[in-house]
Design a protein around this ligand. Structure first.
Ligand code: TIU
Length: 229
């Protein structure tokens, strides 16, 4: 069993790489590029771009050592039948879910804006979870895919820290998964929510999971590759 040990908050994180999945939450144009859902909610989407280089490095390392890699994508059916009216109507966005925008209809499956950013695009064979909610488990086959692959540990990354990353970590924690969150591979439109969101995960002895930086995680995974060579 390829076991790895990592310094993390609130303490050492030990995991088996064969039972671990790297999960990229919603690295979509709709959240990271102008003209999409994130901007329609009044956010500065430029706040999220710093996540891309460290996450790309982690993704490439995970792929190189054969970790399971899973991508999620928030969005709705073109007829919006899976979009709760309360979600569509909420707030005062300039453009709402389903409205036309420069990247196609906002947060609608199959539209350019709803797709992944180029730098982190899934490879063939990497599962893509289309999710209508904030959490990756709600109304998806994410749990079934993890179960069939024997996964018990999730490395959860992506955007945004306090919304879809947090919701997924909470859902996973309640289902018995051990979650590690590399903080610099997550991003928020709000610096303080990002910081506090990470602290909330690791507080109280790791109430929802563990938090680390990506550099030691990449180094630990890389060491596996050296051992195998
Ligand atoms: N608005 C916001 O911060 N996030 C979302 O709506 N979805 C995700 O976090 N992906």
């Amino acid at each position: 069993m390829p076991r790895l040990t990592l310094e993390a908050q609130p303490g050492e994180f030990v995991f088996d790489s064969e039972r671990t999945a790297l999960v990229l939450i919603d690295m979509q144009r709709d959240f990271l590029e102008p003209g999409g859902f994130g901007e329609s909610l009044g956010n500065d989407v430029g706040k999220l771009t710093k996540v891309v280089p460290p996450l790309k490095r982690l993704l490439e390392t995970a792929r190189a050592v054969g970790l399971t890699v899973i991508h999620t994508r928030e969005g709705h059916r073109p007829d919006l039948s899976d979009a709760p009216p309360a979600k569509i109507e909420r707030g005062m966005p300039a453009q709402r879910i389903g409205d036309p925008g420069p990247m196609g209809r906002i947060l609608v499956r199959g539209e350019t804006g709803q797709d992944f950013i180029e730098a982190l695009y899934p490879l063939p064979g990497e599962p893509v979870i289309d999710k209508p909610g904030k959490g990756a488990f709600y109304a998806t086959d994410f749990g079934a895919i993890l179960k069939h692959r024997g996964i018990d540990t999730l490395i959860v990354t992506g955007v945004t820290t306090e919304v879809c990353v947090h919701t997924t970590v909470r859902e996973a924690n309640d289902r018995g998964y051990r979650c590690l969150v590399p903080g610099d591979c997550c991003g928020s439109y709000f610096d303080e929510f990002h910081e506090v969101g990470l602290r909330m995960i690791a507080a109280q002895g790791g109430i929802f999971g563990w938090v680390c930086r990506s550099a030691p995680l990449v180094a630990a995974l890389d060491a596996l590759r050296v051992q195998a060579a």
